[in-house]
Write a protein that binds this ligand. Structure first.
Ligand SMILES: [Zn+2]
Ligand SMILES: [Zn+2]
Length: 260
């Protein structure tokens, strides 16, 4: 017997497209589990039976290096002295605090890539486990994944940050809101830009309708300069949010904070 629910039955029954898509995603996760590779997705070694159906073996996971203390209270960048942080001083107001779980390097970079470009959605569960103890994830906050622009979402077919936020919601019990924040403007890729140019690139890229004076935590896969998170936080604050923080799975190691 086909072991998965029929997602199209929901669509035919006239339920919302959103719940149909959610069911389809769940079904695809089931198919992914069914077609599970017998080896760790990152190192290729067999995954021990006791680790269940993990996509990433425990040896790869312990190689992920957590971000060490001491760090900037606001942006979470490790630093050696109590000098002004050069990384977050250019941020617009609104983003109160960011924390990341691990450095972006080696197998953590590989994990990000596999989730973002190859659609291995359940890698998000392993990432969420690494993120669950991050300080902004306090009881009562709502998680908001950084939205993709419509064009990019169409091309990729899914939003990797939404997968991470959903997995984080499941393992922390926090609610996930994908209906509050939207990208109102597509932004060119940021990779080649300086931190200052990145802020200009994403300024005004996000919009939010009127929201309650709640406490929100943005969720993204990678922190590079914080420009995207800061622009998203500014939109939420403008819409009425009381406090906005952010968590990411990985953090690019560009040593800006260490030099300050
Ligand atoms: Zn491995
Ligand atoms: Zn900082």
């Amino acid at each position: 017997m086909w072991p998965f629910a029929d997602p199209f039955a929901t669509l035919r029954a006239g339920s919302s497209l959103r719940s149909g898509l959610r069911l389809l995603t769940a079904t695809m996760c089931g198919v992914e589990r069914w077609l599970l590779p017998p080896a760790c997705l990152l190192c290729g070694e067999p995954v021990p039976h006791r680790e269940g159906d993990a996509l990433i073996c425990s040896l790869c996971r312990v190689r992920w290096r957590p971000i060490p203390d001491p760090m900037c209270k606001r942006c979470g960048q490790p630093r050696l002295q109590e000098l002004e942080c050069r990384l977050c001083q250019a941020w617009p107001a609104g983003l109160a605090r960011v924390r990341s779980a691990v450095w972006l390097e080696g197998s953590s970079r590989d994990a990000v890539h596999r989730l973002k470009y190859e659609g291995w959605s359940r890698i998000a569960e392993t990432m969420a486990l690494a993120m669950r103890g991050l300080e902004p994830l306090t009881p009562g906050v709502s998680l908001i994944p950084i939205p993709l622009g419509a064009g990019r979402l169409r091309a990729r077919g899914y939003n990797q940050s939404e997968y991470i936020a959903a997995a984080l919601g499941r393992c922390t019990g926090l609610s996930v809101r994908t209906d509050l924040l939207r990208r109102v403007r597509e932004t060119p890729t940021q990779t080649a830009l300086t931190p200052e140019a990145r802020h200009a690139n994403v300024a005004g890229a996000f919009g939010a309708g009127a929201i309650g004076r709640d406490h929100f935590v943005l969720v993204d896969d990678v922190f590079t300069t914080g420009a995207t998170l800061a622009a998203a936080a500014a939109a939420l604050k403008e819409a009425g949010a009381a406090r906005v923080e952010a968590v990411t799975f990985a953090r690019a190691n560009h040593d800006l904070g260490a030099r300050s």
